[in-house]
Design a protein around this ligand. Structure first.
Ligand code: PMT
Length: 412
């Protein structure tokens, strides 16, 4: 709690039904000792009264750009300079679009252009609006401009639809803000070097074809982002995926399993925790064809001879200096049984059992649900982490992994 005392939080509210939740967020922030000033758009005032926020924060709400009285008090530039953090919840599709093109046609957008404080947005809108290519393009633009976006939650919406677009609950937004003000020394992964593998590997058959799998990289990239946010020095070794490098993360690109192994071995001595999330292709063709394999006339079959690839994780876990090793087990049946076997067989400290038979979680999805299996005092313990976005789940996983790593260090 202490991290928020006297911190200046400028809470922005735009037009959306989720604005009612922001009242509770304001209350939590004030209770934790933050100084809170509220800026509302015209749309926001259609959903909730400024008086509510005035009563909760003890300060009048700012809502007009060209208001002589307001400018005589704390003008918009002064407000922009005052803030340690600008946190906009809910951020409507309209506000996001205006910020993405750099408009300054009301107090909120003007402040966002003028401030040097970090600006975080919690988008909230109907699932169709959220998934519309225009909104998704605006998300990319906003991130390129340095805005921080919180992924919206999925579920039943006020309009009756089901899907992504709900604003996370106020308690979750509060802990997010609290986390932003944690000093580096407080961060659980501060000083740790974490290497994470992500995405698929690809094994060429000829110059135009390859063997691979459906890994999108979302889980591994979310883990890398969470590890960096928790203070770790992160190396992300990634197969071919279409995702930007998370802030503060060092990324190395690989294609084949052998390249993945070499990249991991190169950083092994400089790694405290190794997390293998990549979906690694277990076999490659014995000989890659120098030219495109041509289909012969009437050819009904093509036989490829495959040979085993190295097991990257097992190699790292069984060589010195050995980092704390965490694997993932992607399974479609007997998920936990097979995960336990992999934990033993590969000599791991922990493994994340991931049921990929459910298309709502696992490969390519935004959400996941996993069970963390870990060794402690010669027994294997289990911790179920319920379905959540890969971002949220990664934070929980990283916190648990850091605790296990520390306990392991304390034993030595
Ligand atoms: O990328 P997304 O679309 O977000 O999907 C996420 C995911 C489903 C890929 C991820 O959550 C996951 O489960 N990753 C592990 C996939 C996998 O290859 O599982 P496995 O059970 O085949 O392998 C077990 C472990 O050994 C894994 O940590 C794997 O990285 C590692 N391994 C496997 C084979 C091999 N030759 N070398 C390895 O290092």
């Amino acid at each position: 709690m202490t991290g928020l005392i006297n911190k200046k939080v400028l809470l922005g509210i735009s037009g959306g039904i989720a604005a009612y939740k922001t009242a509770y967020l304001a209350r939590l922030l004030v209770k934790a000792g933050a100084e809170v000033r509220v800026v509302m758009t015209e749309g926001a005032k259609a959903f909730i009264q400024p008086l509510t926020f005035q009563a909760l924060t003890g300060h009048p709400v700012h809502d007009a750009l060209l208001d002589e009285e307001a400018e005589a008090g704390m003008g918009h530039i002064e407000l922009a300079r005052w803030a340690d953090l600008v946190f906009i919840a809910p951020a409507s599709a309209d506000l996001m679009a205006r910020l993405a093109v750099g408009m300054a046609n009301d107090l909120m957008t003007t402040l966002c252009l003028a401030t040097s404080a970090p600006v975080h947005l919690a988008p909230a809108m109907n699932q169709g609006m959220w998934q519309h290519p225009a909104t998704q393009r605006n998300c990319v633009l906003l991130q390129e401009l340095g805005y921080h976006l919180l992924p919206p939650a999925e579920g039943e919406q006020a309009c009756g639809d089901l899907g992504p677009g709900r604003m996370p609950e106020p308690e979750e937004l509060f802990s997010r803000i609290e986390g932003l003000f944690q000093t580096k020394q407080d961060l659980p992964a501060q000083g740790l070097k974490i290497t994470i593998t992500a995405g698929p590997t690809q094994e060429p058959l000829d110059p135009v074809r390859y063997l691979s799998n459906h890994s999108s990289g979302k889980m591994g990239y979310a883990l890398a982002a969470a590890a960096a946010e928790l203070g770790a020095q992160v190396t992300l070794i990634s197969g071919p995926v279409d995702l930007p490098t998370p802030p503060g993360v060092q990324r190395q690109k690989i294609t084949t399993t052998q390249e993945l192994l070499t990249a991991c071995q190169n950083v092994q001595a400089d790694t405290d925790i190794f997390i293998a999330c990549a979906a690694v292709v277990d076999y490659r063709v014995e000989e890659v064809a120098g030219h495109k394999i041509k289909k012969q006339q009437d050819q009904k079959e093509l036989v490829l001879k495959l040979v085993e690839n190295p097991d990257v994780l097992a190699t790292i876990a069984n060589s010195q200096p050995r980092p704390f090793c965490v694997g993932f087990a992607a399974e479609t049946q007997k998920v936990e049984d097979y995960a336990r076997q992999k934990l033993e067989r590969k000599n791991l400290d922990a493994i994340v059992a991931n049921d990929v038979s459910d298309t709502n979680i696992g490969f390519g999805s935004d959400d996941n649900r996993v069970t963390l299996l870990y060794r402690q005092a010669r027994t294997i313990h289990r911790l179920e982490l319920p379905q959540a976005s890969k971002q949220q789940l990664s934070q929980q996983l990283l916190l648990e992994i850091c605790k296990l790593y520390q306990a392991n260090q304390d034993k030595q």
